[in-house]
Design a protein around this ligand. Structure first.
Ligand code: MN
Length: 228
């Protein structure tokens, strides 16, 4: 007999390369405007607009390799991102040593209902309706940092049906991974199981049902997702 008055949902979790054990996810933080060229394409100024954070839901992460085109939108964009998974946390974590809290890395897509996000921006409303919908974060397997290290440079790219859409390099991030961890920990208490999506390079664009997205991050792996 459990203590819960209804059946408890399964805790969201990610598969981990090299083991059949899984990484349980507690929170999902996402950074916005972390590549200058993407800030410009979204109408911002990379010299004036500091990056900022929003959240998705842990159960938005999806490893199925299929992205169901969501309801209530006709302009759904891909955003290729690196997912950073934390094995420990804390408050006010210094930049030096922040990487000691990282368990591993994965390729992830921050799928976005751009039309609904745009409306929300205009009306000064929160972004969840554009960002935190069902299966909005297709994710590849986690690669432990003990196997791949802490990638700070390397090509990132996303193609749709074989045509190039997004290209960049991890070293173009305005805020590096240790800085993101440190910044977030000044505002929130970070903990084991938290993941951070580290922002997208330029080239975000719409997808349609039937499209195949192929994402890769040098040193972290690749991810193929079909829009259904
Ligand atoms: Mn994003």
């Amino acid at each position: 007999m459990s203590d819960f008055v209804i059946d408890a949902p399964m805790p969201p979790a990610l598969s981990v390369m090299g083991t059949d054990r899984r990484f349980p996810v507690r929170r999902v933080y996402c950074i916005g405007r972390n590549y200058a060229a993407h800030t410009i394409e979204m109408g911002g100024d990379p010299d004036r607009d500091p990056p900022f954070f929003f959240q998705k839901n842990p159960d938005n992460l999806d490893e199925s390799g299929e992205f169901p085109y969501p309801v209530k939108s006709s302009d759904v964009h891909h955003e290729l991102e690196m997912l950073v998974a934390l094995k420990s946390g804390g408050r006010s974590i210094p930049v030096a040593g922040a990487l000691d809290h990282v368990y591993g890395y994965a390729v992830c897509l921050d799928m976005t209902r751009r039309d609904l996000q745009g409306e929300a921006k205009e009306l000064r409303r929160p972004w969840e309706i554009g960002k935190a919908f069902e299966r909005s974060a297709p994710t590849g397997p986690l690669y432990p940092a003990s196997d791949i290290g802490h990638p700070a440079r390397g090509a990132v790219s996303l193609t749709v049906n074989g045509a190039a859409r997004q290209t960049g390099d991890l070293d173009q991030m305005i805020w590096k991974v240790p800085e993101m961890i440190s910044y977030l920990s000044d505002y929130f208490e970070l903990a084991a199981g938290d993941v951070i999506l580290s922002g997208t390079p330029s080239g975000v664009a719409a997808v349609s049902r039937g499209d195949t997205m192929e994402a890769s991050i040098e040193g972290v792996g690749s991810l193929t997702v079909r829009v259904v």
